[in-house]
Design a protein around this ligand. Structure first.
Ligand code: ADP
Ligand code: C5P
Length: 211
């Protein structure tokens, strides 16, 4: 019987470097069987008008369709393909299309609140928290949201002060206690990436999964 895939959870505040860490791990296994699953894809679909959708607290666990993420991750672990939703930040809503994903031997789940849910945590073999100072994260977020997510500076600052910052301290930062390792400096922390890669290779070998 085929062995269970390895699931690595990568979390941390917004713009902490979760995607960079996930990609750095991914690159170590280039050509091998890896899959990256972003929690952002599972923001809930909303029927509210755009003006109201803009004001939703997207840093609260209630903003996510966690049962769907859990079910799809479980399906992948059991060797089934999924059609994952797609999220469009520019319209604050789920897009029409879906992305078909085949199961892989290594699954990286990445997102701000993946460790907030006990059932999701149970599916993970390694839990990583990317720890980056708040001021650095805000600066990165301003740049990214203006360039890639179609936001104005005023809107970014307003959202940060109203919902992003308070929710980070209420919901995200407390999940650090569930992490197996805490990574400062994100994707540029070569030692942490190396340690994680070594551990993943050891689990792959122990489960008899090929790279
Ligand atoms: P997250 O997935 O946690 O939101 P990203 O990995 O997408 O964060 O990083 C957010 C932004 O910060 C990106 O524009 C990325 O290029 C930049 N960034 C990430 N890590 C670093 C780093 N160590 N040094 C400088 N910039 C970084
Ligand atoms: O990539 P990152 O981890 O920063 O993505 C999560 C962030 O996306 C959250 O902090 C949330 O405030 C933001 N978000 C947003 N607008 C949405 C959905 C999420 O600004 N419509």
């Amino acid at each position: 019987m085929k062995q269970k895939p390895i699931v690595i959870g990568v979390t941390g505040g917004s713009a902490s470097g979760k995607t960079s860490v996930s990609r750095a791990i991914f690159d170590q296994f280039s050509g091998h069987s890896l899959l990256l699953l972003a929690q952002d894809a599972y923001y809930k679909k909303s029927d509210l008008p755009f003006e109201q959708r803009r004001k939703i607290n997207y840093d609260n666990p209630l903003a996510f369709d966690t049962p769907l993420l859990h079910d799809q991750l479980e399906a992948l672990i059991e060797g089934h393909a999924i059609d994952r939703p797609v999220y469009d930040y520019k319209i604050h809503n789920r897009a029409e299309e879906v992305v078909h994903m085949e199961p892989k031997d290594v699954i990286i789940v990445e997102g701000i609140l993946i460790l907030a849910d006990e059932e999701l945590r149970k599916l993970m073999d390694i839990k990583v928290y990317v720890d980056t100072d708040d001021d650095i994260r805000v600066i990165r977020r301003i740049r990214r949201d203006m360039r890639e997510r179609g936001r104005s500076l005023d809107d970014i600052i307003d959202q940060y002060l109203k919902t992003v910052k308070p929710s980070y301290h209420q919901f995200i930062e407390p999940t650090k206690r569930y992490a197996d390792i805490v990574v400062p400096e994100g994707g540029h922390n070569a030692v942490a990436i190396d340690l994680l890669t070594t551990k993943i290779r050891a689990i792959l070998a122990a489960r008899g999964l090929s790279e």
